[in-house]
Design a protein around this ligand. Sequence first.
Ligand SMILES: NC(=O)C1=CN([C@@H]2O[C@H](COP(=O)(O)OP(=O)(O)OC[C@H]3O[C@@H](n4cnc5c(N)ncnc54)[C@H](OP(=O)(O)O)[C@@H]3O)[C@@H](O)[C@H]2O)C=CC1
Ligand SMILES: Nc1nc2c(c(=O)[nH]1)N=C([C@H](O)[C@@H](O)CO)CN2
Length: 241
Amino acid sequence: MREKLPILVTGGTQRLGLAIVHALLRNGYELIVTYRTPKASVDELRKMGVRCIRSDFENANCIAELVETITQDCQGLRAIIHNASDWQAEDEVSYSALIERMFKIHVNAPYELNMAFSELLKHAACSGEDQSADIIHFTDYVAEKGSDKHIAYSSSKAALANLTLSFAKKLSPHVKVNSIAPSLLKFNDKDDEEYRAKALAKSLMQIEPGEQEAVAAVEYILSSRYMTGRTIALDGGRHLA
Ligand SMILES: NC(=O)C1=CN([C@@H]2O[C@H](COP(=O)(O)OP(=O)(O)OC[C@H]3O[C@@H](n4cnc5c(N)ncnc54)[C@H](OP(=O)(O)O)[C@@H]3O)[C@@H](O)[C@H]2O)C=CC1
Ligand SMILES: Nc1nc2c(c(=O)[nH]1)N=C([C@H](O)[C@@H](O)CO)CN2
């Protein structure tokens, strides 16, 4: 009987991450989820059997504690989905603090967790129920194009996209490593009508597709036995608009 090994989703208690967690639960996976801010969905996920671990990736101690906990408790990891993210514009006083925060969340944390859990992932590839293992980085359309309003954020997502290339080489053939690069998938509640109209007009499809676009991309990558080092672009043809 091969082992059923958990999938780790970072930032999995709202929006895209929560939709991905619910879908993977429906597909029969065991889940470990990190969160930063206590909220009702954490309690709901725990009632569904999801292990929820509070971890703020701006705090190096939190990452070390997360590594220690999962290394102690898990024989292997079927996948790591690096979804946690803070979308911050250059609208604060300290630019040095901003870019440091962007890189801590979008680069340091994925890099350190991938390095720490490489053997757990390889174990899943060799002994797990699916005999497969994946790392998925949620990057962003702007990683390729840049952004004049989210400069630090965009550069950190570009660095994350580069981690996909390096880890795909380092961990092959046991572990596949891919990026998912969305553009607009889901608005935030604070987005006003003017912003929404402008954002919709940026793509050819001109819709807000919602979380299920991300869910479908994750499910495809987990089902693939061949794609690695690649990016699935979920941007409605924005590059051609
Ligand atoms: N939504 C969209 O249209 C797009 C999304 N993306 C990318 O897709 C992914 C999911 O997007 P979306 O669902 O909107 O993401 P959110 O903005 O909802 O953030 C996801 C989670 O990241 C967590 N997070 C933020 N900062 C930290 C931190 N310092 N330490 C630990 N966790 C943290 C938050 O945890 P908590 O709530 O517990 O504080 C939050 O729940 C992200 O990587 C995003 O960059 C890219 C382009 C478009
Ligand atoms: N962590 C987040 N990253 C991003 C978000 C978000 O809500 N949280 N949203 C976007 C936008 O949808 C943008 O792609 C289009 O305006 C980008 N990244």
